[in-house]
Design a protein around this ligand. Structure first.
Ligand code: ZN
Length: 311
């Protein structure tokens, strides 16, 4: 059976200010903090996860917190815009909410969809896109969200890619990954869609004339796609290798297992498993309230916690 990748699993970006990041994603955007842990490759830094009530695949926005990190530059090869889904009719609420928070937002229409574009405090480019509620009802808004449920963000809508080789990126998406291009065309971008009804849009900017990006605060580090299980992830590893791509071994991320590769246009892609999710090491009701560490770091908890700044 051919393995599937129905949509986006998570997006990971970089922030230079953990406290400000928490204030924005929970206090302004109304997402739930679903996990506070450390970067498994650099335990001196937090890794923060926000999402719907459980941080379901397709809703998890995550940040490496590198306090005081230099600002990056948005450009190729990166995910240049992270898009969240909001219910149809919610844009006006968000325009007002962001204006109250002194955040400049630009309303636009794209292929009949209402879009609101703005930046987070690090300069990360975000869009809210209105979609029919039934397509995103899989996501559950936390009861303590500061945003009323009828307007709340329900997972990702998609991502926008700036690739150095847009044609090769598009070929990988449609011929291999199960994200065929759809009817929408415009001079600046081509839209691809995965099989899921949510968190499955990938827009590829057509021009590689985009400026060169540089990794740093306010840029996306990588985007992860969802594999329903570990067996299919293994199959993807083989398929991508056959395609000539260098794929990492399977990495244990506790909340999912991951493989990483650079797509032909240079953007870092990950394939992450849906299971086991964020309730593996703390109860659903109290997700994100304490620092969770992977089992192999527990013996160093005191030392690790002492080196982390307060959030
Ligand atoms: Zn990741």
């Amino acid at each position: 059976m051919k393995p599937t990748l129905p949509g986006i699993h998570h997006v990971t970006a970089i922030t230079a200010d953990g406290k400000r990041n928490v204030a924005f994603y929970t206090g302004v955007l109304g997402l739930r903090m679903v996990k506070v842990t450390v970067n498994f490759d650099d335990p001196s830094a937090y890794h923060l996860y926000y999402g719907d009530f459980l941080g379901r695949p397709g809703s998890a926005m995550t940040f490496f917190v590198w306090e005081g990190a230099r600002g990056g530059r948005v450009g190729a090869p990166q995910v240049v815009v992270t898009q969240f889904a909001i219910p149809v009719g919610a844009r006006a609420y968000w325009q007002e909410r962001l204006a109250k928070g002194k955040i400049t937002a630009t309303a636009q229409e794209r292929w009949g969809e209402s879009v609101l574009a703005f930046e987070d405090p690090d300069g990360l480019a975000i869009e809210l896109v209105e979609v029919p509620l039934d397509s995103i009802s899989t996501f559950e808004v936390g009861a303590d969200s500061v945003v009323p449920v009828e307007y709340a963000i329900r997972g990702f809508y998609g991502v926008t890619l700036a690739s150095y080789k847009p044609d090769s990126t598009r070929a990988l998406l449609s011929e291999v990954m199960g994200f065929p291009s759809v009817d929408e065309t415009s001079s600046d971008r081509t839209r691809h869609k995965g099989a899921a009804s949510y968190a499955a849009v990938v827009d590829v900017l057509n021009q590689a004339e985009l400026r060169h990006g540089q990794s740093g605060a306010g840029t996306v580090h990588h985007v992860a796609f969802r594999s329903p299980d570990a067996e299919q992830q293994k199959a993807w590893q083989a398929i991508l290798q056959e395609r000539g791509l260098a794929v990492s071994p399977v990495m244990e991320r506790c909340y999912f297992q991951s493989i990483y590769f650079r797509e032909p246009g240079g953007i870092l892609f990950e394939i992450a498993t849906d299971e086991p999710g964020f309730t593996i090491d703390e109860p659903a009701e109290s997700l994100g309230e304490r620092v969770c560490l992977p089992p192999w770091m527990e013996e160093n908890r005191a030392q690790i916690e002492a080196s982390l700044p307060p959030l």
